[in-house]
Design a protein around this ligand. Structure first.
Ligand code: AMP
Length: 386
């Protein structure tokens, strides 16, 4: 299967070629024709599967080819995503693919002045990519009119619910025409998501591509048993290895993230933290510095890291083992993307063994135990799942 088989129009094929994509990913193979046929989608897929292009390409095609040339520009597609980072990334992809098309897009999220956003809205846009909170705010101020929306995407819907956006989503979707095409993507499908899907989707095609229990196959996983107080030394030790080119380090708390950065900087290692207490500009800068390799280590909490997409990320380190086993799968899915290999290292102290056990149960795979490090403690815990 190649992109030509998907009946995409030439400007989109050119954009995909320019991006260097050789073949569509499995979710693209399935979602692109389905969306072009006008069907609703309920997709269980995580970031890293190519799902952004899976909805962006067909939506752009439909906007371009089913345009009423006599109509004034109106918002025809609305994409909702949970975090500022993810919203920015989705916009960036839409902008890349829409080169050569007459499409205007505005990116809407909070934490920055609303002026540029309202100015763009007043000039007229075809697509809004937004985080729910600021969008609702601008709707309430009368800047946004959604009565012409034909395509609605909810991306990372489970995370939007976790972050408490359900009421905002309900208020936003209440303003949309009931006749529209809706695509809902979620990494997990708990009951609340199914309920939301049932209320928003009409006869959806279900795409179940990467269940949450399946870590990316190209990621090698290992665990280091270590005393809590030695984790900072172990991290510095691991970072001495040159194969660790760029690392996303996960901590459970914002305070923990700041502490790891402080310890690393003390040891002469360039690092920055990204979490909810940081200003938008600090988060943007940290991500930019990490992407352009000015810093080697980015320390993040789970919410802030959601959807972060870094090309060729060599390592993910779980400085703390997450309480939810699914979170582990999300975290390690930051590496090993788009066919690249990657490594996920987990630092496990004795109080975290129960979490590790749950992870084994979920992924039904053994995680290699590394004992050849200066801070090893006897791993009394068996890593074999039963
Ligand atoms: P996503 O799941 O949308 O976050 O995409 C993950 C990464 O895969 C992004 O960096 C995309 O640019 C990249 N990507 C998307 N589609 C393809 C493709 N068909 N081939 C290779 N890489 C892709």
């Amino acid at each position: 299967m190649n992109f030509e088989n998907l009946n995409l129009i030439q400007p989109l094929l050119n954009a995909v070629n320019k991006k260097g994509y050789l073949n569509p990913t499995p979710i693209q193979e399935k979602a692109i024709p389905t969306i072009l046929q006008g069907k609703d989608i309920f997709g269980c897929a995580q970031t890293g599967t190519g799902k952004t292009a899976a909805f962006a390409l067909p939506i752009l095609q439909l906007l371009e080819t089913e345009k009423d040339r006599n109509q004034r520009r109106a918002v025809r597609a609305l994409i909702l995503a949970p975090t500022r980072e993810l919203v920015a990334q989705i916009s960036e992809e839409f902008n890349t693919y829409s080169k050569g098309l007459d499409i205007r897009l505005v990116t809407i999220y909070g934490g920055i002045s609303q002026n540029a956003q309202t100015q763009a809205l007043q000039k007229g846009v075809d697509i809004i990519v937004a985080a729910p909170g600021r969008l609702l705010d601008l709707m309430n101020q009368g800047y946004v009119h959604l009565d012409k929306v034909e395509y609605l995407v909810l991306d990372e819907a489970d995370r939007m619910l976790d972050m408490g956006f359900i009421n905002d989503i309900r208020k936003i979707t209440a303003k949309l025409p009931s006749k529209r095409q809706t695509m809902l993507f979620s990494a997990t499908a708990p009951d609340e998501i199914r309920k939301l899907a049932a209320s928003l989707l009409h006869n959806p095609v279900q795409l179940n591509l990467s269940p949450d229990t399946m870590p990316p196959i190209l990621v090698s996983q290992s665990v280091y048993h270590v005393k809590k107080e030695n984790k900072k030394f172990l991290l510095t030790h691991v970072l001495q290895n040159e194969s660790v080119k760029n690392v996303l380090v996960f901590t459970r708390t914002k305070h923990g993230a700041d502490k790891v950065v402080k310890d690393l900087i003390k040891n002469g290692i360039k690092a920055q933290a990204i979490h909810g207490n940081k200003s938008q500009s600090a988060r943007d800068k940290a991500l930019k510095d990490f992407k352009n390799r000015t810093i080697r280590v980015l320390v993040a909490t789970d919410v802030a890291s959601r959807g972060i997409d870094v090309d060729k990320l060599s390592h993910v380190i779980n400085y703390e083992i997450p309480e939810q086993a699914e979170t582990y799968v999300h975290r390690i899915g930051r590496t090993g993307r788009a066919g690249e290999t990657g490594s996920a290292l987990s630092f496990c102290s004795s109080d975290e063994k129960a979490y590790l056990k749950n992870i084994h149960k979920l992924i039904r795979r053994n995680i290699d135990v590394v004992t050849s490090h200066p801070f090893a403690i006897n791993a009394v815990f068996s890593t074999t799942f039963s």
